[in-house]
Design a protein around this ligand. Structure first.
Ligand SMILES: CC(C)(COP(=O)(O)OP(=O)(O)OC[C@H]1O[C@@H](n2cnc3c(N)ncnc32)[C@H](O)[C@@H]1OP(=O)(O)O)[C@@H](O)C(=O)NCCC(=O)NCCS
Length: 104
């Protein structure tokens, strides 16, 4: 299994493409969102197939939540993977919005 240099992993927002992207050697992970004011509905996450099951998706989602928090945005986890991650991370519940966009 190829070693991954975790120091390179940074999540960046690409608003023109409506996605957060985390690039790493030989691969990419991304989260697709829709933005309405300060609420981001994250509908899909994906990690390059060769790199799944190694914690990259979790790292991507954490980066997305950190960026959103930094920018005063809230997240609606419409993607099951993001919703499951959020359930396991109560320390990020301040970033969650309800599905209807109401801040909890
Ligand atoms: C879902 C996906 C982004 C996860 O990325 P990853 O790097 O493989 O995930 P991680 O290694 O960080 O985390 C794996 C954990 O998430 C869980 N998981 C994987 N897919 C999941 C899903 N769709 N919903 C909830 N949990 C999921 C795994 O069971 C695993 O948990 P465990 O460690 O307790 O066994 C990736 O598998 C992928 O791109 N899948 C295809 C696209 C897809 O189904 N996207 C999600 C729905 S939009």
């Amino acid at each position: 299994m190829q070693a991954l240099d975790q120091a390179e992993w940074a999540v960046a927002d690409h608003p023109a493409a409506n996605r957060f992207v985390m690039s790493f050697a030989c691969g990419e992970a991304f989260a697709v969102y829709r933005r309405l004011d300060d609420v981001l509905t994250v509908s899909h996450t994906e990690v390059s197939s060769a790199f799944r099951g190694r914690g990259i998706g979790e790292r991507l989602v954490e980066g997305v939540f950190r960026l959103a928090r930094e920018h005063g945005q809230r997240i609606v986890p419409a993607c099951g993977f993001v919703a499951a991650w959020a359930q396991r991370h109560p320390e990020f519940h301040d970033v969650l919005a309800a599905r209807d966009g109401a801040v909890r």
